[in-house]
Design a protein around this ligand. Structure first.
Ligand code: AMP
Length: 407
């Protein structure tokens, strides 16, 4: 177990939340994010997103509300496709919550209205995938209005979809008093709270494939962090911008100027900026490829850097040692392949052992932290990839804006 400080920052948003309303006997339309990974036999391979919504569902049931759950799953493109059915999510939820969950085979129509009209206090219904109707992603006003008629209140607990301008995210709240669920609140408190008001020193670790995917985050944190650590594929664009020869490593030529300028800005703001000093190289990104550890100045032509090396792990670990807030987004290497996973896993352990508020930005990093076996030892792992990035970029999430303001 790590020594993380696990207290989020409260009062980050001025929106009503589930605790602010009286929900006894009321019908709640809860937009959840049950967009879970499913294998070819329709088995859920990771149910964290369902588990993360349990505090909201349990609270609503305990308070005597009628719970109407809705979600999307995958990208079925506006028509019914069994591969994207929420049936498996309904079964998993029922097992987790130890209570009957009535799964309806559609999200609109007379059968849905009939089932909702028969609900008693504490009953739970899960509607079929919202995206089986193109009106959902097109943010149709009619679709939103008719879904709103099912309920007395709208609750957003779907952080992972809150950056989408879809009917169930921004459309329904136009027609109902709308509040934040507990997962949504927690995500905002950790992600926004950490960036806007960090306990210092605040260290941000960025990695993943491309600089272009992290421009907004770098721009937003450039005046807020104390240290920035860059690893992963994106490091080699920075190294090339500094004049290094990086062999066949991933480089975004059109990002060289950006990389050069942001480094200059960070350093002139007094922010410490760390890049790898050594790396694991190979001629191809395959299982079983021959690998070498070399300093970053010595990457030969025909070889590419696919992980940070042991000296970089040491350098980054020392840089993290006095941090009080750590925000991590993006792996240090191609961690999906064993030979290039050590750097990412070592940093996962360093983050987990830090005496700090430790926040993992979701997406691939979430998987990496899981595979490193330390997910229980970080303070918070976001359930949203795109939504987390947008929040870290300082953008307003449309689904959050749509909720009812606190008076
Ligand atoms: P992103 O979605 O931008 O966070 O990128 C995540 C992906 O970056 C992962 O799938 C990694 O395999 C990949 N990645 C990390 N390091 C490297 C690297 N040195 N070269 C190429 N790809 C990398």
């Amino acid at each position: 177990m790590g020594n993380n400080l696990s207290v989020p920052i409260k009062g980050v948003i001025n929106k009503l939340s589930l605790r602010d309303i009286d929900i006894k006997e009321k019908r709640l339309f809860i937009r959840a994010d049950f967009n879970v990974p499913i294998d070819e036999n329709l088995n859920i391979t990771d149910d964290r997103r369902i588990r993360s919504t349990l505090p909201t569902i349990n609270y609503a049931v305990d308070e005597g509300a009628k719970v109407i759950l809705a979600s999307h799953l995958g990208r079925p493109k506006g028509s019914t496709d069994k591969r994207y059915s929420l049936g498996s999510a309904a079964k998993r939820l029922q097992r987790l919550i130890k209570k009957e969950v009535l799964f309806l085979p559609d999200c609109i129509g007379p059968k849905v209205e009939d089932a909702v009209s028969k609900m008693a206090e504490g009953d739970i219904i899960l509607l079929e995938n919202l995206r089986f109707h193109e009106e959902e992603t097109k943010n149709s006003e009619e679709f939103s209005k008719s879904r709103a008629k099912l309920a007395d209140y709208y609750v957003n607990d779907a952080f992972g979809a809150t950056h989408r301008v879809h009917a169930s995210i921004v459309g329904i709240p136009k027609f109902l008093p709308s509040v934040a669920g507990f997962l949504l609140l927690k995500e905002i408190e950790y992600l926004k709270g950490a960036v806007d008001n960090p306990v210092r020193p605040f260290v941000s670790i960025l990695g993943g494939a491309k600089v272009s995917g992290k421009i907004g985050v770098l721009e937003n944190i450039k005046s807020k962090v104390d240290k920035v650590i860059v690893g992963g594929g994106m490091a080699y664009t920075f190294l090339k911008a500094m004049g290094y020869v990086v062999g066949d490593s991933l480089v975004e030529e059109d990002m060289l100027d950006f990389a050069h300028n942001i480094m200059k800005k960070l350093i002139s703001n007094g922010i410490k900026f760390y890049l790898p000093v050594d790396c694991i190289i190979a001629q191809s990104c395959d299982h079983g490829a021959e690998t070498k550890i070399v300093p970053v100045q010595e990457i030969p032509e025909g070889w590419r850097a696919l992980d940070i090396g042991p000296a970089s792990v040491k350098l980054f670990t020392v840089a993290l040692s006095n941090a009080k807030t750590i925000l991590w987004n993006g792996p240090m290497g191609v961690f999906e392949i064993d030979a290039f996973s050590r750097g990412t896993f070592a940093i996962a352990h360093a983050v987990a052992d830090a005496y700090a508020l430790t926040i993992v930005g979701g997406g691939d990093t979430d998987l990496a932290v899981n595979r490193a076996g330390v997910s229980e030892s970080v303070s918070f792992i976001s359930t949203g990839g795109g939504a987390a990035l947008e929040l870290l970029e300082g953008k307003n999430l449309p689904g959050l804006v749509a909720l009812t303001d606190k008076k």
